[in-house]
Write a protein that binds this ligand. Sequence first.
Ligand SMILES: *Cc1c(COP(=O)(O)O)cnc(C)c1O
Ligand SMILES: [Zn+2]
Length: 452
Amino acid sequence: MPYKAWFQCLACDGEHYPLSEVVYHCRKCGGLLEVHHDMEQLQRRSGGEWRSLFDQRYMSTVHPYGSSVWGKKELVCPAVDDENVVSMYEGGSNLLWAERLGAEIGVKDLWIKQCGNSHTGSFKDLGMTVLVSMVKQMIADGQNIPAVACASTGDTSAALAAYCAAAEIPAIVLLPKDMISTAQLIQPIANGALTLSLRTDFDGCMQLVQEISQRENIYLANSMNSLRIEGQKTIAIELLQQFHWEVPDWIVIPGGNLGNVSALGKGFLEMKEMGLIDKIPRLVVAQAASANPLFRSYLTGYENFEPQTARDTLASAIKIGNPVSRDRAIRTLQKFDGLVEEATENELANACARADSKGLFTCPHTGVALAALTKLVAAGKIESDSRVIVISTAHGLKFPDFKVKYHEDRLQEFGVEPSHRNIPIEVDADFEIVRSTILKALERNDSQELVH
Ligand SMILES: *Cc1c(COP(=O)(O)O)cnc(C)c1O
Ligand SMILES: [Zn+2]
């Protein structure tokens, strides 16, 4: 029995379209579309049956169900035939108990969900596997799709390029010149995508890619395309699998375009509707103070929402002033009794370094989430006995320049005063000198003191 899903307008509810149609906005009211599943059909299995089915597939080697996204295929994208699934074994990312970091922040039960430990190094893989698979299905069904395109702050383009390369579909990426890391730039290049570096910011790239895809029949891969949300929502399901279906108290997630928080929320709400869980966590969106339109809106009780020109931030993947998924995100936060917090450049950089000093290797966006958490715990808004999950969105290795500059104290232009510096000590290759340097260092555990 095939499961059914379709695009449905978020605003006027009535309009729907098949998932194989090239459509991103409601043709009646222009609203964003969302993937809806035939819940009645899904509810024919009990919550317990779904849980065991998902658990049984989790991280197996049965293609495509061993992928943690496709292991939930019925609930993600039933419109793709198994042979058209373009998967690189997404999900199954590790969830670690950050004991020492939690103790310092003041929450005992702190966990980091390492979504950046993934094929292209960010959670964007989770959504891109769904989108590119759907495109492969559409092409197999005879539709004319010459290419797939996206605007990106770096990670979306890396994921798009990799999945399109695997599927032999041409990819086009529009990037803001000089605003993404070298590692992020080399990813689409290595995967053979047509890479355009534009003299504008992300919001400028976004406008152009929308216009071009509309005129030239190129398929748009940005998160207004809600197929990606379906893949990303499996973060919520996978998290619970890792906790044996026990729902945590809080989840903190960095937000830019605000698709991922919407995805997380959708995952939890659908699991509740299907009887997999009976309660939902509270959510926190963390924004960089330099790109904080949601935080400002939150301060007005969401009465106003003013798009802004995002200022420079080290958290480059969330440097977005006009987030596409703002309505979805606000709705989600309202349903999850959510909070929004912001972090300055100094706060995010030091939050990263503190986490790294406890054995992690965090990207700046994860730093935003950790800094926000620290502030909320200090303010008593998150209780110290809560179970808190921080969604780490990308791998720290994508941002080596940021880390090097931090430790070399070269982030003054961002107002960063590094409190966890550690730099190499250059000494002669001489036994006595090496020995005395080590012994001197071991006497003091403040690495600052090592620098001479
Ligand atoms: C895309 C991205 C985000 C933001 O996700 P949104 O869905 O745009 O809110 C955060 N961190 C990293 C590393 C990303 O790549
Ligand atoms: Zn509509």
